[in-house]
Design a protein around this ligand. Structure first.
Ligand SMILES: *Cc1c(COP(=O)(O)O)cnc(C)c1O
Length: 233
């Protein structure tokens, strides 16, 4: 193996161990938590190495970069998760390659996503991104929990979109355990109304343990697998 492949293999093994330990601590089966490796800023050659190492799901947060990488890696059979802020004028294009769009936070995205999916004759899985910011805070991104029912209804009305669950990012400056406990409550109410939408995407390199303790089914891990991201130009 190349040095980079060795490095990715070791990092991946360490992250998988962290997931196992967190699941054991939470009394959950390790099979209940899926790993999405966030490959943003890293080249398609890394995505290829990750696929060789058994990674099945990758996450990207910028449309142009994601589109190019998905095309370059089309032969790998990976599931592509779009996890970034989504502009409505890009949403149709994202739905052409993303298998899961995790960052749906407003109704305005539903029409373009559905049109993009239809144009390719495919279904696209959708997660609704929930804001965990305290009420009144300058919202980073995500729908206010109070607006979740309306947004969920809009997605469910849309034929090629499949409502699968929720996604969230712990706010900066708050203990992630506290934020994810709030998320678990939001999710409990959501799953009562949408019993099949059981996915909960939460937890990153720094807080995957807290997310798994609060019920995450998917963790999105970037730097713990790939190393520090190059600084933005
Ligand atoms: C970049 C990113 C991640 C991965 O973050 P790391 O701290 O590198 O693990 C997870 N989720 C979202 C939404 C991201 O933008």
């Amino acid at each position: 193996m190349s040095p980079r492949a060795d490095e990715l293999a070791a990092n991946l093994a360490a992250v998988r161990r962290r997931i196992d330990v967190a699941c054991t601590g939470a009394g959950r089966d390790a099979g209940e938590v899926s790993l999405v490796v966030v490959t943003k800023f890293f080249p398609a050659s890394d995505v290829r190495l990750l696929a060789d190492l058994g990674v099945t799901d990758v996450g990207e947060n910028r449309h142009q970069e994601a589109e190019a990488k998905a095309e370059e890696c089309a032969d790998l059979g990976l599931r592509w998760h779009f996890i970034g802020g989504l502009q409505s004028n890009k949403a149709a294009a994202v739905a052409a390659y993303a298998d899961v769009v995790e960052s749906v936070d407003r109704a305005k995205l539903v029409g373009p996503l559905a049109r993009g999916a239809e144009a390719r004759g495919r279904d696209v899985e959708v997660l609704l991104q929930v804001s965990l910011d305290p009420p009144g805070a300058d919202h980073r991104s995500g729908v206010d929990p109070a607006a979740l029912p309306d947004l969920a209804a809009r997605v469910e009305e849309s034929e090629p979109l499949r409502l699968r669950g929720l996604m969230a990012v712990a706010p900066l400056g708050e203990d992630p355990a506290t934020a994810f406990a709030r998320l678990a409550e939001v999710r409990a109410g959501f799953v009562r109304d949408h019993p099949r939408a059981t996915v909960l995407s939460a937890g990153m390199s720094g807080d995957l343990e807290q997310a798994i303790a609060c019920g995450a089914t998917h963790v999105r891990v970037g730097s713990a697998v790939l190393g520090p991201r190059p600084t933005v130009q």
